[in-house]
Design a protein around this ligand. Structure first.
Ligand code: 0X9
Ligand code: ZN
Length: 299
């Protein structure tokens, strides 16, 4: 069993997902979201309490070393199943949840076994390994900067949009899940980001996303005082093209898209101590709850 007091290896997390599917057979279903270069499954779960709910899709762990993301996402999944807070029950039961805690399992495994600071996939190139999963999507691919055509770069965009089997297959899963809400989990920097990673346009509902995001970071801060900033990617962090959220927004036209950079602001960075996992999970869920109550009341 997971207790969110440590970080867990890929197999432990996948086994836990299989276990909850067995424990809650009427509500939780295992779900293969794609495959990887090393032939692993990108494993997800569908959580559904009733038919005809709008879909929330959670993509987490696209960057291997951001270990607090799979930890937070699995913790949130557990809260959705077990919490007795009425607002959590409302969002748990009135949305269908498609949750993928680790969409880069090859990289995550590699970060456990060989190199704690690994970021990319494990696709071999001529000289270096790996594509940056958050630069490989077919939206403004390699266009405005913040992505690289050098295969040894940490932000290598790949040979073409969706050159990776991982995100080619995951994009098809996202498309067929037809989400109303798309959440991406990254670390670190304490940011809540909205599209886009380039300056060429803003989201068609930019003002609405800013308004909801501003409320979300206020509710996130209530629990422990953790301060976040909200805004478009290019504005609050840097220019970055070919990211998953940008593709989901511009290609699938998903109305509500948010991307977290979780704790902290750099003191521990990617090496966030394990005693911060649970607080990170709970405050992040507070912000998700605020977003989804807004969405629930407006659709
Ligand atoms: O560089 C990234 O991909 C993100 N930062 S991280 O430290 N987690 O690697 C920034 C988000 C860029 N997001 C999109 N372009 N969607
Ligand atoms: Zn990241």
């Amino acid at each position: 069993r997971l207790d969110w007091h440590s970080y867990y290896d890929l197999d432990v997390i996948y086994d836990w997902m299989k276990e909850i599917a067995n424990t809650y057979p009427d509500i939780v279903e295992l779900y293969e979201g794609g495959t990887t270069y090393e032939e692993r499954t990108i494993l997800g779960v569908k959580l559904s309490y009733k038919p005809n709910n709008p879909v929330v899709f959670i993509e987490s762990g696209i960057h291997a070393r951001e270990w607090v993301c799979p930890a937070t996402t699995t913790c949130i999944l557990n809260e959705l199943l077990t919490s007795e807070d009425p607002d959590i029950r409302l969002i748990a039961e009135n949305f269908d949840w498609h949750i993928f805690p680790i969409v880069n399992p090859d990289g995550y495994k590699y970060s456990f076994d060989y190199n704690r600071m690994w970021r990319k996939t494990r696709t071999p190139g001529d000289r270096c390994y790996g594509v940056d999963g958050n630069r490989n999507w077919d939206d403004r691919w390699l266009e405005e900067g913040g992505a690289s055509s050098n295969e040894c770069s940490e932000t290598y965009a790949g040979t073409e949009p969706f050159s990776t089997v991982e995100y080619d297959t995951l994009a098809k899963t996202i498309t067929s899940s037809d989400p109303t809400v798309y959440f991406c989990m990254h670390s670190y920097s304490q940011l809540l980001m909205i599209p886009f990673g380039h300056t060429l346009e803003v989201a068609d509902n930019h003002d609405e996303l800013m308004e909801i995001g501003t409320k979300a970071i206020a509710s996130l801060a209530e629990r422990y005082g953790t301060q976040y900033k909200v805004g478009p990617i290019y504005d609050v962090i840097y220019t970055a093209t070919g990211g998953s959220m940008d593709w989901v927004k511009s290609y699938l036209k998903v109305p509500y898209t948010f991307e977290w950079e979780l704790r902290d602001t750099g003191y521990y960075g990617f090496l966030l101590p394990t005693n911060q996992i649970l607080p990170t999970c709970l405050e992040t869920l507070d912000s998700m709850k605020t977003i989804l109550l807004e969405v629930y009341n407006s659709i």
